[in-house]
Write a protein that binds this ligand. Structure first.
Ligand SMILES: [Zn+2]
Length: 505
């Protein structure tokens, strides 16, 4: 080798060393780290595999088999699973998030993004509310739907107990469009609830179409999840087809004795619609009991008619299946079933229902109830459909165990204990499947250039611990949670960081 070529080789070595030093300096910045030793459930449903993940300035920049650079911060995750942060498609934290921006019960489950405004009930107006969150961000990401009830009340006021006129429907559609321009990501309805229940199918089609114009999707708590659940499903499918909009069926369930066990038939109708091209996805919470208001039990709204109430209680399997969760006018009712309360009062369960209804009506308060009326076999059948995702229908301060337990419960109970789902498939239902409905390409998956919303959990111990009696008991097994690469949950508590993004359409 000549002197000149030796000199060139030396120079090359020196340059390489300098470049490597510069790289180390960059990686040593506080926002850069490598997670090593974890089994990856990357969100796509692919089998678990060992890989390292490098995170830099909020993004995943490298995935695969590589060694951390010298001096780089390393998180040793041997024995843990690394997954994309969970996206909760149906979350009722809009009220709670301002008071509890650290969202402990949500982070504790591995949730990194909540979709607010379900069931037709959203914040109003959308723009200023989102702006307030941007100025005072929470620990996790959020996005909101615009709710049917919100625009219906804005246009019709107290005079909503009737079909809307064509003029009122156009005004509502304009408000839906305005909300979409202000950042809403879709339109939600709660057709079983008081305000939405008076609307015609045409009204809902018009409002869904207004959201579709702006690239939104339609999320719905359908008109009936009980005796008329099949009619309500057909209405939902026709709304999606007529409004040309992707649909998200909220908390799929069959909740009364007339329809229990009919999940196969229900699924077939949805499969047929999907084959016709309807973009239909659904979500399901992992509990056989539901949480709602006292009135929802009596679909014909004859709350003081003993015949209607008697049928309503029979349909859910009896008054022992209904527990009062919260009732400000008479807190002594809380945590008792209607059957227990009737016995204590020495009256029939029907009379007890009417008594609670009247006490509530007098102070304009509807009792919160939990109804135990679903079959495990139906829940299992729904969970095993590839188009059904996990969502909580919970949220901050929700007095149903799903508010603090949903995601760990699916991983611990349905995956590990019952074997209904593989772990990668369950993770897909918590990450890339909701991201697909949202049209988000850079979340819900672990790959280079995706946002570093991540959760590390122990697959051997992850489990919910919240119960109807102790709804805020935190789950175990969720070790670390990152939002945009910032650690928000570690050692069983929030870190205090609040890097949450407000995600708008
Ligand atoms: Zn609902």
């Amino acid at each position: 080798m000549s002197f000149i070529s030796r000199f060139a080789a030396l120079l090359t070595l020196l340059l390489l060393a300098a470049a490597s030093l510069a790289l180390h300096a960059q990686e040593n910045s506080s926002s850069s780290f490598v997670i090593t030793g974890a089994q990856l459930a990357d969100g796509t449903g692919a089998p678990l595999h060992l890989a390292s993940v490098r995170v830099q300035t909020g993004k995943i920049v490298k995935v695969g088999s590589f060694l951390p650079a010298k001096g780089e911060t390393v998180i040793d995750a041997r024995g843990l699973v690394l997954a994309p942060g969970f996206i909760d498609m149906h979350n009722h934290s809009a009220e709670g998030i301002a008071a509890d921006p650290l969202a402990e019960t949500q982070l504790a489950q591995g949730i990194t993004t909540v979709i607010l405004g379900p069931d037709g009930g959203s914040v109003w107006p959308v723009g200023p509310w989102l702006e307030a969150r941007r100025k005072d961000p929470p620990a996790l990401n959020l996005a909101t739907l615009i709710g049917h009830e919100a625009v219906r009340l804005a246009v019709m006021g107290e005079n909503y107990k009737r079909a809307a006129t064509p003029g009122e429907i156009s005004k509502m559609a304009a408000l839906v469009e305005q909300s979409m321009r202000e950042g809403a990501i879709g339109f939600s309805s709660g057709l079983e609830y008081e305000v939405g229940s008076y609307s015609s199918t045409d009204e809902v089609v018009a409002l869904a179409a207004a959201a579709a114009k702006h690239g939104g999707f339609y999320e719905t708590h359908i008109r009936d999840e009980a005796d008329k659940a099949f009619d309500a499903l057909q209405e939902e499918i026709s709304i999606a087809e007529r409004a040309h909009i992707p649909v998200e069926h909220s908390h799929i369930k069959l909740g009364t004795t007339a329809v229990l066990g009919k999940s196969a038939e229900y699924i077939r109708i949805i499969e047929d619609a999907r084959k016709r091209g309807v973009d239909f996805l659904a979500d399901c919470y992992p509990y056989d009991a539901w949480h709602s208001g006292l009135n929802v039990l009596v679909p014909d709204k004859q709350y003081e008619n003993p015949k209607s109430v008697e049928k309503a209680l029979a349909d859910v399997g009896g008054a022992s299946r209904i527990t009062i969760t919260n009732f400000a006018p008479n807190t002594a009712y809380e945590n008792h079933t209607i059957e227990d309360l009737a016995k204590q009062a020495g009256i029939s369960p029907v009379d007890m229902y009417i008594r609670i209804y009247r006490e509530g009506d007098a102070s304009k308060t509807e009792a919160g109830i939990i109804g135990q009326s679903m079959l495990e076999s139906d829940i299992k059948a729904f969970y095993q459909q590839p188009w059904v995702m996990v969502a909580s229908d919970g949220g901050i301060a929700m007095r149903h165990p799903r508010g603090a337990g949903t995601f760990p419960r699916v991983l611990g109970l349905f995956v590990r204990e019952k074997g209904w789902l593989t772990l990668p498939e369950a993770i897909r239902k918590m990450t890339s499947l909701p991201a697909q409905r949202l049209g988000w390409k850079d979340r819900g998956v672990i790959r280079e250039n995706a946002v570093a919303d991540l959760v590390l959990f122990n697959p051997a111990t992850v489990i919910d611990r919240s119960t109807f009696a102790q709804p805020f008991e935190l789950p175990s097994g969720i070790e670390k949670v990152f939002v945009s690469g910032e650690l928000v949950w570690s050692s069983g508590k929030p870190t205090g960081a609040r890097p949450g993004k407000i995600i708008a359409k």
